[in-house]
Design a protein around this ligand. Structure first.
Ligand code: ZN
Length: 379
């Protein structure tokens, strides 16, 4: 399994020059090559292949410092490859501008990357100290790293490494939990817990701020210094939202994985989700369910659960998304088609008469279905 950890770091003056030189050169030559390729394609209908080895980097552009030659080569190599691969890949290639996030790869060629306890050594750049370190397992083998600079001028290093999955421990069937995806609470679990902390209105003030900033941005000339300033402000609001979410999702997934041996979730088709509607009972108004924001959070949450389970020898089981989790009565097994309607929160089972909460009942069914799948696999 490959895991990636992201660390913020504060480069020295010299390192900052080195990194920014690298970005500047990549940007300049990336744009130059891409324009040449596009022109050539327009003229001749053929793909212009650049031989990366022969590209001469203009020294006068480098300024007073060095830069990462390998990173420049591999970025341009990547451009070459993507251009050839397919029309679809070609369409994703954009000119690099001054105000978007920047990144470049560092391959662990000749063991260029060395990890210390609170620092990372990178050939050519020297030692960088990392803040808030999540310690990397010492048996991990480094795959590669990426240097990242946000448009709010923060520097990060993402290190990905190979790690062996922990052998599956004997799992305790009693400590199983089912999670039902919920728009407002992220999930509802089979023990009846809803995480009310994860409410969308927590972000309302940030979204308000964004709306205002976008309105200001519209009036600025694209590429002007004022435009870049507003753009940076927008980015930092997005960063804040993202950090709050990620932090929450990390804590929540760690808590669940440490507490339970078996975690059962629905494999959601997020496209399907986005097209379903919620009907307000009183007004009859239809609302589209599942904004992109929620879907992404849930997908991220599942991916965190997935790798944390693998690291800790726990089991994550996916239940088919067509499994009627919200329609089956968990008490008697009766299939109640009416329970599917999203506006019904409380259901009375027509067979056994039990009154239950639709979401908690669904989470229980998901848990039980997961255990059933696990049992069938074993026998
Ligand atoms: Zn029933």
């Amino acid at each position: 399994m490959i895991l990636t950890y992201k660390y913020r770091f504060y480069p020295t003056q010299k390192q900052m020059i080195y990194i920014n030189n690298t970005f500047a050169i990549i940007q300049k030559y990336w744009n130059k090559l891409l324009l040449e390729k596009n022109d050539y394609f327009k003229k001749y209908g053929k793909i212009l292949n650049h031989t990366i080895q022969n590209i001469k980097i203009n020294d006068e552009y480098i300024g007073n410092g060095n830069y990462d030659k390998l990173a420049v080569k591999s970025s341009l190599f990547q451009l070459n490859t993507l251009y050839k691969i397919s029309i679809k890949a070609r369409q994703t290639l954009k000119l690099k501008n001054n105000y978007s996030q920047k990144s470049y790869p560092i391959n662990n060629y000749n063991n260029r990357i060395l990890l210390e306890k609170d620092s990372i050594f990178i050939g050519g750049m020297g030692v960088i100290s990392i803040a808030n370190s999540r310690s990397i397992p010492n048996y991990a083998k480094i795959n590669k790293a990426i240097i990242l600079k946000t448009n709010t001028n923060k520097y990060f290093i993402c290190i990905s490494f190979f790690i062996e999955e922990k052998a599956k421990e004997v799992v305790n069937y009693k400590s199983a939990i089912g999670l039902d995806f919920s728009i407002h609470n992220l999930y509802v679990d089979s023990n009846g817990n809803r995480n009310t902390k994860y409410m969308s209105h927590e972000f309302d003030c940030y979204y308000d701020k964004l709306r205002k900033l976008y309105a200001v941005l519209k009036k600025k000339k694209k590429g002007s210094s004022n435009y870049i300033k507003i753009y940076q402000k927008i980015s930092s609001v997005y960063e804040k939202i993202k950090n709050i979410k990620k932090d929450f999702l990390h804590k929540e997934s760690s808590r669940i994985v440490s507490k339970y041996d078996i975690i059962v979730v629905e494999s959601l088709d997020l496209k399907d989700m986005a097209s379903s509607y919620y009907v307000n009972k009183e007004t009859g108004n239809k609302f589209k369910l599942g904004g992109k924001v929620y879907e992404k959070s849930y997908a991220l949450f599942i991916s965190y659960l997935n790798y944390k389970c693998k690291l800790n020898g726990k089991k994550l089981i996916f239940v088919d998304r067509h499994f009627p989790s919200s329609q089956i009565c968990n008490n008697c097994g009766f299939l109640n088609k009416e329970a599917k309607q999203l506006n019904k929160k409380t259901i009375i089972c027509p067979q056994c008469g039990r009154i239950y909460d639709r979401d908690i009942n669904a989470a229980k069914n998901i848990r039980d279905e997961g255990l059933r799948i696990l049992n069938t696999k074993k026998n």
